[in-house]
Design a protein around this ligand. Structure first.
Ligand SMILES: Cc1cc2nc3c(=O)[nH]c(=O)nc-3n(C[C@H](O)[C@H](O)[C@H](O)COP(=O)(O)OP(=O)(O)OC[C@H]3O[C@@H](n4cnc5c(N)ncnc54)[C@H](O)[C@@H]3O)c2cc1C
Length: 478
């Protein structure tokens, strides 16, 4: 059996490579950077644990549970503190706990009586039947009113996508909400009636799914998968071109200033959309048109992890964190109460808070120098959480192209990928630019890609080569 080239060593590529190898398919994973994990990176310093990118995985599918088991990581998995269930949204400049029950909803200060009334009449708002794409912003205003958009959904969209609700497509970015309206005529009715069907499919809604991490952060998962793959992982190796020959794929690689070609039976692209636009894929008479993927917006985001003495933060910070709508006038998009969420994220008597700056709301702020990011974050935390002293720990990370925005018109990119995969034998695509932007979506995307590739490899592979080395290799330039 010929080997499979996997392009990209983020969670998607690592998951796909891990399962293909377990199924006896030889793989080589090429990662352009000097480490695996993509946007996942965790460091421990001075007793604080800082997550650069994602903080939690949502257990939305049994495939995620299975991956943790198959990787042998069950004992290192960390469940959040049960007290960390509370989520806050900032209003009147202070975090207010999101209601968790109908009674809580009627008594919360988060919404005015007018907004509460709008939610009550949601089941009677007629569904849109013209099939036209709309933004999540338009959808929420139509069904729940402007206040719900400005004080709740805007904050949620910033927390998940670092995006703009008036640009993100309902159908592409929040397909489950679109489905609730189409199937049940109402979000509230659909939420109640749809629960039984999700249970049957073994799925869990994102708002109900349990979240978890690992004792030393999420990097434990990507490091473990890379360890299992051993020498099949090739760091500092960019794929710059892939060429379909009669019965295989020639993959052109760049390592430093050396370029060379290796041959494989199939290729999985598990990189990013913006780097896909720079790749050359030749299959048939002319290259695939990958330029459109360069148009996808990826606003920059900075994460700012600050550690404080416990007595220097007035708010108890017991909960997941706080989301901040734009209307409240803060610079940060939101803050995760990292050390309340998981144990061992801060030394005894201290607290770790992870905030995000930038996104579609303030893209120009994300690239500020670390000291300035720290000052802006501190100012917002003083107002919202009553932080008094100076931080005793600070770590910032900058993502120049953080999260692909599934904005209006995004279906075009997914259709192109479907078409490329359907018409080009042995070429596969997976990852957050195709199958959903969360870590759990990426894991499921990697698992599903491994299944498709395994079928392909077992159905039409003429020769058998029982090794993880590529079938063919030669230098084309030095
Ligand atoms: C700041 C931030 C916070 C987040 N928080 C959360 C969270 O709390 N929970 C959650 O569920 N999700 C979160 N996400 C989203 C989640 O982290 C991502 O969806 C997921 O990690 C994407 O994984 P991936 O493997 O698809 O892509 P990536 O992690 O981007 O990895 C792609 C890899 O491909 C490599 N590559 C690309 N092109 C080539 C090439 N030509 N040759 C070789 N290598 C190449 C890149 O170097 C990169 O390492 C967050 C994202 C960010 C940026």
């Amino acid at each position: 059996m010929k080997s499979v080239a996997i392009i990209g060593g983020g969670i998607t590529g690592l998951t796909a490579a891990f399962y293909l190898r377990r199924q006896g398919v030889p793989v080589v994973l090429y990662e352009a950077g000097s480490r695996v994990g993509g946007v996942i990176q965790s460091i421990r310093r001075d007793g604080f644990l800082a997550e650069f990118g994602p903080n939690t995985i949502l257990e939305t599918s049994p495939k995620i549970t299975q991956l943790i088991r198959d990787a042998g990581l069950e004992k290192r998995r960390l469940e959040p503190d049960p007290k960390a269930e509370a989520r806050y949204v900032v209003r009147y400049k202070k975090p207010i706990e999101m209601p968790g029950s109908p009674l809580g909803f009627f008594t919360t200060r988060l919404f005015t009586p007018k907004a509460k009334w709008a939610v009550l009449r949601e089941p009677f708002v007629p569904s849109r039947r013209d099939g036209k794409e709309e933004s999540i912003g338009e959808f929420v205003v139509r069904r729940l009113g402007q206040e719900f958009l400005d004080h709740a959904i805007d904050a949620l969209v910033a927390g998940v996508y670092a995006g703009d609700p008036c640009k993100l497509s309902l159908q592409q970015a929040f397909p489950k909400l679109a489905k609730l309206e189409a199937e049940y005529g109402s979000l509230i009715k659909g939420q109640i009636l749809g629960a039984r069907e999700r249970k049957k499919r073994g799925e869990v809604a994102k708002d109900r799914a349990s979240k978890f991490s690992f004792d030393e952060g999420l990097q434990v998962l990507t490091d473990t998968l890379a360890d299992r793959l051993g020498e099949s992982v090739r760091l500092n190796t960019s794929v710059i071109q892939i060429l379909k020959t009669t019965d295989s794929w020639e993959v052109t690689l760049r390592e430093g200033n050396r370029e060379f070609v290796e041959e494989h039976g199939a290729v999985l692209y598990a990189g990013t959309a913006h780097r896909l636009a720079d790749l050359r894929i030749l299959a048939g008479d002319k290259p695939l048109d990958l330029k459109p993927f360069g148009e996808i917006r990826h606003p920059p985001v900075a994460s700012v992890v600050l550690g404080f003495k416990r007595e220097d933060v007035a708010h108890p910070c017991e909960g997941f964190g706080m989301l901040i709508p734009k209307i409240e006038g803060f610079k940060i998009l939101g803050t995760i109460f990292s050390s309340s969420l998981f144990p061992n994220r801060a030394p005894v008597g201290h607290i770790t808070l992870t905030s995000y700056i930038g996104g579609e709301r303030y893209p120009e702020l994300a690239s500020l120098p670390p000291e300035r990011l720290g000052e802006l974050t501190l100012a917002d935390l003083r107002t919202s959480l009553g932080v008094r002293g100076k931080p005793v720990f600070q770590h910032t990370a900058f993502f120049p192209k953080a999260i692909p925005q599934y904005n209006l018109g995004y279906a075009r990119y997914r259709e192109l990928l479907n078409q490329f995969e359907a018409t080009t034998d042995g070429l596969f695509f997976a990852g957050h630019y195709r199958d959903g932007i969360s870590l759990s979506d990426s894991i499921v995307s990697g698992c599903n890609a491994a299944d498709r590739i395994e079928k392909h490899q077992h159905s039409g592979s003429p020769s058998f080569q029982n090794s993880n080395t590529p079938s063919f290799q030669h230098s084309i330039s030095l």
